[in-house]
Each structure stands twice: as C-alpha cells, then as structure tokens.
Design a protein around this ligand. Structure first.
Ligand SMILES: NC(=O)c1ccc[n+]([C@@H]2O[C@H](COP(=O)([O-])OP(=O)(O)OC[C@H]3O[C@@H](n4cnc5c(N)ncnc54)[C@H](OP(=O)(O)O)[C@@H]3O)[C@@H](O)[C@H]2O)c1
Length: 264
C-alpha cells in the first residue's frame, strides 16, 4: 500500500457523482480534501457532511468553472502550496448526438474541460510534485477512452485523449525515475448526473438506459483500489462490469530506434 505523501487530496468535479463519492472515500482514509466544482451549495453540503464524520480533517471548497482557463490557473495557484498527496482530475461531462448534429457550444465546453483543463492541471501538478514521495495524479477517463461507443463519439475521443495522455505521462515519469505516479480510472456506466447532462434530460433513468451499472460509491471503491495498487489503469469491462487493475493498454514507442534523437 502506498504511503500518502501529503495530507490533502484534490478532487475536481466533487459536487456530484464519482467525485463526491471519491471525497467521502478518501476522507474515510484520513485525507484532508480540496473539493472543486461550480455549485457552491453542493460543495458546502458535502463539506459539512464529511466534517461531521471526520472533524479533524480540513475540507476546503473552491467554487470554480474549470472550463475557464484563467480560473483553472488561479485555483491551482491558490492550492499548490498545500501538502498535496493526490490530485484527481475527475471533472468532465459527455454529450450524446451524432457528429454534424451536435450542439457546438456544448461540445466546445466539453473538449475544453475534458482535455484542455485536465492537461493544464496535470502539467502543473507534474511540474511541482514530480519528486514528491508517494504523490499520485489520477485522471478519470472512461471505457469510452478505449472503445468507440456509438452516438457519443466526440466524448469518447476526448477520453481517448485522457487515456493516451495519462498512459504516456506514466511512461515519462517512470523513464525519468520520478516519484510521482500517474494513473487513470476508466469507468463504464455509473449512476451519476452524467446521463442527465450528456442527454440534456433531467429525468434520465439509468435503469431504462442500461439496466445494470455501478453506483458512484462502487466507483470510488475501485478508485481506492487503484490508488492502493501499482497499476497504471483501473478499467471496468463494459460487458460484464468486472473491474481490473492492469498496466497501460495503449501502444508505446519507448525504446524504438525510430524515435527522434535528442541533440544537446
Ligand atoms: N457516470 C458514468 O457513467 C461515467 C462513465 C465513464 C466516465 N465517467 C467520467 O467520470 C467523471 C465524473 O463524472 P460523473 O459520472 O460523476 O458525472 P456528474 O455526476 O455529472 O459529475 C460531474 C462533476 O463535474 C463537475 N463539473 C462539470 N463541469 C464543470 C466545470 N465547468 N467546472 C467545474 N466542475 C465541473 C460537476 O460539478 P458542477 O456542475 O457543480 O460544476 C460535477 O461535480 C467524468 O470525467 C466522466 O466523464 C463517467
């Protein structure tokens, strides 16, 4: 089991779903928290709930729209001097619809949040915490980051990016002997607000849409199993819903003689 380097776990998208469940799960492990999302009231309710159960923990909430780059940079600056052990880039959303018939404003925001914000925050955390003993960066991808799912191709493409970026980062960190570990979680259908947001349907029903799915609390348990492991990837099998921990799954050209020679 990994020793936690610092006292704080930062979770983006902590006001609902997997992020809120992860907050409860990491608090139960004794981690203080920085919880980031747009809905202040949700964050306050979660903070008060966790604080009542674990009064010794420090629970910091940050109301931030992470699709605004300046706000992303600002919130990182506000928290970077805390003793952070784990950073979880969880904030993200999906959008159903065929290409050509999509709401361009929505998919631009999705690409910005799922790709650009995750990349910026990952870069900043690696810059500052690469040599921190026990530090972990966990990015939330999806089984849709390893498999193209019909009617949700653009979202899957954003998650393919998350998978490639994070697996590549894990290779880079290992190659340079960094202490920081980069990992990623790839959930399948999980009952959260994801379905309502992705389909613009507040009455979205996971029983009708999928029949079987995980709860966000189950996904948080998988996240803890990934955190405790030396695996790079924790992925759910979309057909059986079985969870497994494994090495990265994407092809990697490390060690190839065809790679660019680096000149001094
Ligand atoms: N549920 C699934 O079936 C499933 C499957 C595979 C992968 N995932 C991934 O799991 C992650 C968590 O999703 P979820 O299922 O827990 O969905 P969710 O219940 O809709 O939660 C999404 C979280 O992201 C936050 N968020 C959204 N836009 C934001 C923004 N612009 N700025 C800051 N925070 C923002 C939301 O908070 P506010 O609205 O308060 O900002 C919320 O806390 C996502 O990356 C998603 O792609 C989910």
């Amino acid at each position: 089991m990994n020793e936690q380097y610092g006292r704080y776990t930062v979770i983006t998208g902590a006001s609902a779903g997997i992020g809120a469940a992860a907050a409860r799960a990491f608090a139960a492990r004794g981690h203080s928290l920085v919880l980031i999302a747009r809905r202040t009231a949700r964050l306050e309710t979660l903070r008060d709930e966790i604080h009542a159960a674990y009064p010794s923990l420090d629970i910091i909430i940050k109301t931030v729209d992470l699709s605004v780059t300046n706000s992303v940079l600002q919130v990182y600056d506000e928290v970077k001097d805390l003793p952070i052990g784990t950073w979880i880039n969880n904030a993200g959303f999906g959008s159903y619809g065929t290409i050509g018939a999509q709401d361009l404003s929505k998919i631009r925001q999705m690409i910005h949040l799922n790709i650009e914000t995750l990349t910026i925050l990952s870069n900043l955390f690696v810059r500052d915490f690469a040599d921190a003993e026990g530090a972990q960066l966990i990015n939330i991808s999806s089984v849709g980051g390893y498999l193209i799912v019909p009617s949700v191709v653009t979202y899957c493409a954003t998650k393919f990016y998350v998978s490639a970026f994070t697996e590549g980062l894990a290779h880079e960190l290992a190659a340079r002997g960094a202490k920081l570990r980069a990992k990623l979680l790839a959930p399948a259908a999980t009952q959260t607000e994801f379905g309502a947001v992705a389909n613009d349907n507040p009455a979205y029903d996971y029983d009708k849409a999928f029949g079987t799915y995980h709860t966000s609390a189950q996904m948080a348990e998988f996240l803890l199993a990934l955190y405790d492991s030396d695996a790079v990837l924790g992925i759910v099998d979309r057909e059986t819903l079985a969870f497994r921990l494994c090495a990265g799954q994407l092809p990697y050209a490390g060690g190839s003689a065809r790679n660019q020679k680096v000149s001094d």
